[in-house]
Design a protein. Structure first.
Length: 385
């Protein structure tokens, strides 16, 4: 920017602090009338800057004001016009822009904080802008069927941090009640009375304890579920090794119990053992016959009684839908809740028109999605409800 002409009347060189303060106050008023928001602190900083750089060099005055009075990039144009009118008596002003190299540093929030050894240096001449992103957030809604192998591995690592908690049920065991009601606890009441001279000043009560409900997971491993089966089995593994009573089964052309295979904490070993135990992996599916086998051998005998039963399947069934409906009704009568997880539910325009899905829905308490990390996180909340 070319240096300005003579100093306005009354202006004095640097060193005259009072004159600089008066000029700063007057210029701030012009800026405020131009629509700029200039707080008092910024005006004080501008006056101090003028005391340091003086009033003679207009480029120094310009940058002193630009650095202290302009708070938003969109205010630069209004500041330039006000500066030209107030300090130069002109209508327009051209301000030279000194290009600076800006370093953009990306930090993965999943890594430890701090710049890495390969981060480019920054300094007064090379300002650095730090942009933080989270790969977990981008993966939460990614469909398992469309994820790359690298994205699936990252999703599995995130899935390992999920914690499955079941809803609670009343137990026959009695515990001390925190409320002043329930079954009288004669023993504690008498012991407390002995400590107070035989007077039962405070009575104690008992109430039923609570315990987590059993969770039973039945995962469809047929050919139509191939894009989702491995991710859902990872979820089964996380549930089995977590806290609480969890049973896991595979549904295909037959029923296979997988609780023992998934009980190891090594996910790779657990899935390998599960795949070896399932003889009909990626084969056909007979949901009705599989549920009948579960009801006859496990469910009705006690495993499903009062439990939260979760069926993870797309609902495609080669068997008779009447049989599936009958077995779903039997299951629903003994279970506390029946949850159906369908990965296809998230597809645009999806409707449960498959014969198996249509036959099962009347006996389902919660019909939810199961195609992504976010949907599995929501499933844990449904189970705990």
């Amino acid at each position: 920017m070319a240096e300005a002409g003579p100093v306005p009347v009354g202006a004095t060189p640097a060193g005259s602090g009072g004159q600089g303060t008066r000029m700063a106050v007057a210029f701030v008023r012009v800026l405020r009338r131009s629509g700029l928001s200039v707080p008092v602190g910024a005006a004080v900083a501008f006056a101090r800057a003028l005391g340091a750089v003086g009033l003679e060099r207009r480029s120094a005055v310009y940058w002193a004001g630009r650095a202290t009075l302009v708070r938003r990039p969109e205010d630069v144009a209004a500041y330039d016009r006000a500066f030209a009118v107030f300090w130069l008596g002109r209508e327009n002003i051209r301000v030279p822009v000194v290009p600076t190299e800006t370093v953009v540093v990306l930090h993965d929030e999943s890594d430890e904080a701090g710049a890495g050894p390969d981060d480019p240096p920054s300094g007064p001449d090379r300002p650095a802008i730090t942009v933080r992103y989270s790969p977990v957030e981008t993966l939460r809604d990614r469909d398992f069927a469309q994820a790359s192998p690298e994205e699936l591995e990252e999703a599995y690592r995130v899935m390992a941090r999920l914690r499955l908690e079941s809803s609670r049920r009343r137990s026959r065991r009695l515990v001390r009640s925190s409320r002043r009601r329930g079954r009288p606890d004669a023993r504690r009441t008498v012991l407390a009375a002995l400590r107070s001279g035989g007077e039962p000043v405070r009575r104690s009560f008992l109430e039923p304890a609570t315990r987590p409900r059993r969770v039973v997971l039945l995962c469809d491993v047929s050919g139509s579920m191939e894009p989702y089966a491995r991710a859902l089995l990872r979820f089964l593994h996380v549930a089995v090794v977590g806290v609480g009573q969890v049973e896991a089964f595979a549904l295909g052309t037959r029923l296979t119990r997988l609780t023992r295979q998934l009980a190891t904490h090594d996910p790779d070993r657990a899935l390998a053992a599960a795949a070896e135990a399932v003889p009909d992996w990626s084969g056909g599916t007979r949901l009705g016959e599989g549920l009948r086998a579960f009801n006859d051998s496990y469910g009705i005998k006690g495993m499903a009684r009062g439990a939260v039963v979760v069926i993870l399947s797309d609902g495609w069934d080669r068997g008779e839908p009447e049989l599936l409906g009958t077995e779903m009704a039997r299951l629903h009568r003994v279970a506390h809740r029946v949850v159906w997880v369908n990965p296809l539910k998230a597809s645009p325009g999806y409707a449960p028109l498959a014969r198996g899905m249509a036959a099962a829905l009347p006996y389902v308490d919660s019909f939810v999605e199961g195609h992504s990390l976010a949907s599995l996180e929501a499933l844990t909340e449904v189970i705990a409800a």
